[in-house]
Design a protein around this ligand. Structure first.
Ligand code: AVJ
Length: 321
């Protein structure tokens, strides 16, 4: 008798592993790097001297909070909605300024992880007791859709960290379009974009000497091993970074050192790697004003103002409809 298979629904992660490792060239999506271990490694990355992005954006929010806040409806009130709030370290600089000038606002951090939100909530109560906040657990657009349907006052939407850089231009435009749909004419989008610069500086940011970025990238394999019962030999792959100064695209790969087979038991999948075969795992797009303006225009948004870090490595833009 034939065995009866349980009907199973594949998770997003399983679908990505199946399609990505059966494709040629192979790829996996960087969004699956972020489990608990991946979150911790990303915190470590943000603290590395090579990873200038965090310090630059911190610098902008620290030194230009007053100029940024001028764009908000400080009197009549506004909702400050942060997509992907994380630990809120940089946002707290802005919140602290807004609190000092007694701005009339509510901070609405959105994150997929309830855990992250609970920690952020506790920190806010402790450090910024005057700030009204409401934690919103969920995916970005579920939350945005809800907010635009019932809220009448100005919305300021924050997307920090050059997170948009993980998206190819076509996906970045879709992302901006979805935000734009939820904006009214007085609403503001405030977003970070890492800038084109000397290619070596970019390569170093994604290829640190201590191997933190390597561990971050390999966390995809660690997760597949643990969650899907696979036998990736972590020593049999290495991290490789490229940066194309023409397109502004940094790319991360995992490269197979040898001809090898990997078994992913839970997916009943056998994957063959030739020596030097690659898995493409991440893009980190770098921008200039013309490119940002082009992306915005494709999503029917206009650049309103540009805030630049002292060294010009990084910029935050405000956009209006
Ligand atoms: C979180 C997408 C902004 O691409 O710079 C850091 C992730 N990858 N080092 C980036 C990341 C490798 C990061 N973002």
């Amino acid at each position: 008798m034939e065995s009866i298979r349980k009907p199973t629904t594949l998770t997003e992660f399983e679908k990505d592993v199946i399609s990505g490792l059966n494709d040629y060239p192979k790829h996996l999506s960087s969004k699956f790097i972020y489990d608990q271990n991946g979150d911790r490694l990303f915190q470590d990355i943000m603290a590395m001297p090579e990873y200038y992005l965090t310090a630059c954006e911190y610098n902008i929010l620290k030194n230009q909070s007053d100029l940024i806040a001028e764009k908000f409806n400080l009197q009549s009130g506004f909702d400050l909605i942060e997509l992907g709030a994380g630990d809120g370290k940089k946002t707290k600089l802005l919140l602290s300024h807004l609190s000092e000038i007694d701005a009339n606002f509510t901070y609405l951090p959105v994150d997929i992880s309830q855990n992250v939100l609970d920690e952020l909530g506790a920190a806010l109560e402790d450090e910024l007791p005057k700030v009204n906040f409401e934690l919103l657990q969920g995916s970005y657009f579920d939350v945005l859709n809800q907010l635009s349907s019932y809220n009448k006052r100005q919305k300021v939407i924050l997307v920090l960290g050059s997170n948009i850089g993980n998206l190819m231009h076509s996906d970045a435009i879709d992302f901006l379009k979805k935000i734009q749909k939820n904006m009214s004419s007085e609403d503001l989008l405030f977003m970070g974009f890492d800038q084109k610069k000397h290619p070596q500086i970019i390569l170093d940011a994604y290829n640190d000497s201590k191997g933190i970025t390597e561990a971050f990238n390999k966390n995809l394999l660690v997760r597949i091993n643990r969650e899907l019962d696979a036998n990736f030999d972590l020593e049999a792959f290495f991290h490789w970074e490229t940066y194309d100064p023409e397109t502004g695209t940094a790319k991360s790969f995992l490269v197979s050192k040898t001809d090898q087979n990997v078994r992913i038991a839970n997916l009943n999948l056998e994957v063959h790697f030739k020596a030097w075969e690659t898995i493409h795992t991440e893009i980190s797009q770098k921008y200039d004003d013309d490119t940002v303006e082009w992306l915005a225009s494709k999503a029917s948004l206009n650049i309103d103002r540009i805030f630049e870090s002292e060294n010009g490595f990084y910029k935050n833009y405000t956009f209006k409809k």
